[in-house]
Design a protein around this ligand. Structure first.
Ligand code: MBD
Ligand code: FE
Length: 289
């Protein structure tokens, strides 16, 4: 594709991806059957959250200047549409740990702000949607979905999404084909899959919005290690949401989103059959209920 598209992509604005992430989240939340939290839990949790903040004010002797800086920043997070980004980067990892503490199968990790459902189905052995000149090392991802008792799970479904070599996700940056580097893969009768994609690059969260402003003001960094996102489904089994990482990435040990776990590191090797790399990773799903 033309140089133009890469230029357009590279000038993506935080507010664009933020507004889209907020809109997509709102749609999904409206469709979700739940969405309402019990009055008793709201009373407890909102009460604890407010107390945590007022405790900090007292312990740290927070000034009006600091209080007003916080107020201005919170308003800006909303205007930039960065609540999904802020929450998923700094809070979701704790929620994920609580939600999945009793799982016996594969570890999962956070979903993050850029999942989209209904990505195009790719035939067995197929290649994820990408541009004809998509930059990046060709990458083959193979494995099997089984239950915790070792049974293969035929017809398991893997949804994969990841950023391109510039760190952009389709539909959250301009100039990318709609489903670039997003796809749904159906496992075969033995629960096996073989996915062709490219190796993603390390990823920097948008730096020109409110989250970037916080990172700069605090002297933190904006990086996540290179990662591939997955959702793996099989009938009668609990959905697993995960991310997989690459050994040696400098940000595996200081992911801004605290979402790396040792179990989620891949072991890529040169691909003996074609140009690029390959790896094997198996998903073990807990039974429902
Ligand atoms: C991402 O790509 C991501 O995976 C997370 C968790 C947060 C921001 C961007
Ligand atoms: Fe991501």
């Amino acid at each position: 594709m033309s140089e133009n598209n890469f230029t357009q992509e590279a000038t993506a604005k935080a507010a664009d991806s933020g507004a889209n992430a907020s809109a997509r989240f709102r749609e999904r939340q409206a469709q979700a059957s739940g969405g309402v939290v019990d009055h008793e839990r709201v009373e407890l949790l909102a009460g604890k959250a407010i107390k945590a903040l007022t405790d900090i004010v007292e312990e740290e002797q927070v000034s009006y200047e600091e209080y007003n800086a916080l107020k201005a920043w919170l308003i800006q997070v909303g205007e930039d549409g960065e609540w999904p980004l802020f929450l998923d980067v700094w809070i979701e990892h704790a929620v994920e740990e609580v939600a999945n503490q009793d799982r016996e199968g594969s570890k999962g990790t956070i979903e993050g702000p850029y999942y989209l459902d209904n990505s195009p189905e790719v035939e067995w052995n197929g290649t994820i949607d990408m541009r004809p000149d998509e930059p990046g090392t060709p990458f083959v991802f193979k494995g099997q979905v089984t239950s915790t008792t070792g049974e293969p799970l035929p017809g398991a479904k893997l949804e994969l999404w990841h950023a391109d070599s510039l760190g952009f996700y389709s539909q959250f940056a301009p100039g990318l084909p709609e489903w670039n580097l997003r796809g749904t893969f159906i496992a075969n009768e033995d629960g096996e899959y073989e996915i062709h994609t490219i190796r993603p690059a390390p990823y920097q969260i948008p730096t020109d919005g409110a989250c970037g402003q916080l990172i700069e003001a605090a002297g933190w960094h904006a990086w996540r290690p290179a990662h591939m996102h997955f959702k793996v489904h099989a009938p009668g089994h609990k959905l697993i949401t995960s991310q997989l990482y690459f050994p040696g990435d400098p940000h595996n040990d200081d992911d801004i989103a605290s979402a790396v776990k040792p179990e989620l590191l891949l072991d890529p090797q040169p691909n003996p059959d074609e140009e690029g790399e390959m790896t094997t990773y198996n998903f073990v799903l807990d039974a429902e209920g």
